[in-house]
Design a protein around this ligand. Structure first.
Ligand code: ATR
Length: 284
């Protein structure tokens, strides 16, 4: 069978349901332009029932892509359907990046990489921290706790609205990680060196819980994976208290790097120009 990928400019997709609001095309088309590459990165709305068929088409060449990103609600299905899974994606059980290699569909999850690379770029030396508190116990929290343990943090407290979920997630990691309900937040924040918010808490000022910022280590870093708004209520308060903050936009930008390299053959940079471009789009 003729495989149209051999003759067309390389293309990649971002598949979700819905997919309208994805910023990924903006990021990848910036890099394609910047490097003068012929190529295409497209949003594709795929209903859950059609997803396996869509990936089948990618493998057969009927859908002429070298790979792509997957987002809600396809991350677990992409993980299951892939032919080859790397260590990171196996740990998370959810894929966000796929690519074809010798006819086989490979899967990884670049959220851990994106989270760590953002902090590395914006706050050098952050990983001297030994203790962190992570708010939230969903998929994002799971990726971040993995990343923090990989970087040698010794103690992580997961605090979540639903305590049982925090405990369940913590149990998965062993002794270095503990899970708590919100009432323990005040207690675990004492002396903390890193606070990561993975929930929609703080998207509205009124949602921010009472936090005694003075009880943090003076060199503490506060970061949020939410980037709408760029400065969440949590980051605003932390900044006002004199603590270092890093917003979540960089995680979105950095998590796109490994996919671009797989599909288009160049490892792109997260430049300030790209950041400004996405900020302008968020504000439009
Ligand atoms: P993700 O994969 O993005 O982490 P998720 O699995 O839906 O998304 O998890 C969302 C997390 O944000 C959960 O920890 C959730 O708390 P519950 O486990 O109690 O549901 C948390 N969350 C969402 N909205 C919240 C809010 N308004 N206040 C506190 N926590 C919230």
């Amino acid at each position: 069978m003729h495989d149209s990928r051999e003759t067309l400019a390389p293309a990649a997709f971002v598949a979700g349901f819905p997919i309208k609001h994805s910023r990924s095309p903006l990021i990848h088309s910036y890099w394609l332009r910047q490097h003068g590459l012929e190529g295409d990165y497209r949003k594709v709305e795929v209903a859950p029932d059609d997803f396996a068929n869509f990936l089948d088409g990618v493998k057969s060449g009927r859908n002429p892509y070298r790979g792509g990103n997957v987002t809600i609600p396809h991350k677990e299905a992409a993980y299951r359907i892939a032919d080859v899974r790397d260590e990171v994606v196996v740990r998370l059980g959810a894929a966000n990046t796929l690519w074809l290699e010798e006819g086989r569909l490979h899967a990884t999850n670049t959220d851990v990489y994106g989270f760590l690379a953002n902090l590395d770029q914006r706050c050098q030396g952050w990983d001297a921290a030994k203790r962190a508190v992570v708010l939230g116990a969903g998929g994002a929290s799971r990726a971040i706790v993995h990343g923090l343990l990989d970087r040698g943090l010794e103690r992580i407290d997961i605090v979540n609205r639903t305590e049982a979920r925090a405990q369940e997630l913590a149990a998965h990691f062993g002794e270095a990680v503990a899970g708590h309900g919100m009432e323990k937040l005040h207690h675990v924040l004492r002396g903390t060196q890193l606070l990561v918010n993975t929930t929609s808490l703080g998207m509205n000022g009124e949602d921010v819980p009472q936090i005694d910022w003075g009880s943090f280590s003076p060199h503490a870093l506060v970061t949020d994976i939410v980037y709408t708004p760029l400065e969440t209520g949590l980051l605003r308060q932390a900044k006002a208290a004199g603590l270092a903050t890093v917003d979540g936009l960089g995680m979105l930008l950095h998590q796109a790097v490994p996919g671009f390299e797989k599909w288009f053959g160049i490892r792109p940079e997260v430049t300030d120009e790209l950041r400004q471009l996405v900020i302008a789009d968020l504000e439009a």
